[in-house]
Design a protein around this ligand. Sequence first.
Ligand code: ADP
Ligand code: MG
Length: 398
Amino acid sequence: MAKKTVKDLNVSGKRVIVRVDFNVPIKDGVIKDDNRIVQALPTINYLVDEGAKVILLSHLGKVDHKDPEKTASDKKKNNMAPVAARLAELVKVPVKFVDETRGAELEKAVSEMKNSEIVVLQNTRYEKGESKNDPELSKYWASLGDLFVTDAFGSVHRAHSSTVGIAEILPSALGFLVEKEVTMLSKAVHNPERPFVAILGGAKVSDKINVIENLLNTADKVIIGGGMAYTFLKAQGKEIGTSLCEDDKIEMAKDFLSKASDKLVLPVDFRVAKEFSEECDNYIADENSIPSDYMGLDIGPKSVELFKNALQGAKTVVWNGPMGVFEMKTYAVGTIEVCKAISSLPGAYTVIGGGDSARAAIENGFQDDFSHISTGGGASLEFMEGKELPGIAVIQEK
Ligand code: ADP
Ligand code: MG
């Protein structure tokens, strides 16, 4: 079964509520990167061209609802007004910003909309009930529209009023961005051409247990790098010095090692350092010679070769989590080498899921070298865990 997409809806003259991801970085009212607004344009422009009345909802940052002072400063910081202004520059029709999430002004603005016009609401998180999927709030927002379209992939793993609540009430469909993410990620995670190799890294085992578990079931090989590798090394009884380690996950790592030793590929050498810094003494140590007062901050060249071999012939590759502390140049080498290795595989379908891995690839110039780089950090992680994402599950089937 497949979900309805925006093309399956008859939108002409209808009020269409679109949940977009306008959660852009803003500093002192200035947008630092408008990519998320740009990514939402195909769906918005389609609806405008089809003569819909387009009502846009998004969250922006976080809003505390416990301490009134904090609430006020969060609201000031995370005001949607500059986003609406930027959107107005990118589309060819009028954009009206309503500085409200409910009330008379909003209702008037919506009732006065003509076909092909756009209304942007204030930040959904101004509402305390948003993150709780408050039924009363969902019902109110749903009353403003006839149809609902979800195009905020970065938010579909959250069951909030604007992502799930409205969709439970109104006829619904996927927007183009979410449709693309679902298609591209499904192709790798649900229906991979084999051999299927997963590369997992990042900071913590505890963040990735479900991903490891799911991919150990579905992939032919699972390569482990990054900070989480050291918990596995310790589970093998190796000295890991002061490297990142989660002692309460050692048993679990042992379990993975005994159940799937044929699938798991662990690094065999590391760039170790005296401190969490680039300025201190650092060098390559092999797996049996990490000094007790050093920490592993990147994988070493032998590991890169080992991983390249494990990747050879792969037809599907999923990558989540950097191989080292890529934010520091000295420890970015492993991540960059893995990027190169994946992107030069002939005829392979290659996907990056995970906010930091995507950032590492894009910052190092690999943005065009993968089949797909997911735009949703948390959402793509949950997708790789094999979970059903509530903001997609709720959308009507064709
Ligand atoms: P993603 O966002 O792609 O899912 P994570 O958030 O799980 O990735 O992990 C990214 C973080 O992991 C980065 O900030 C990186 O510095 C950190 N990291 C990677 N390797 C190590 C390591 N050996 N020691 C400490 N931190 C590490
Ligand atoms: Mg991250």
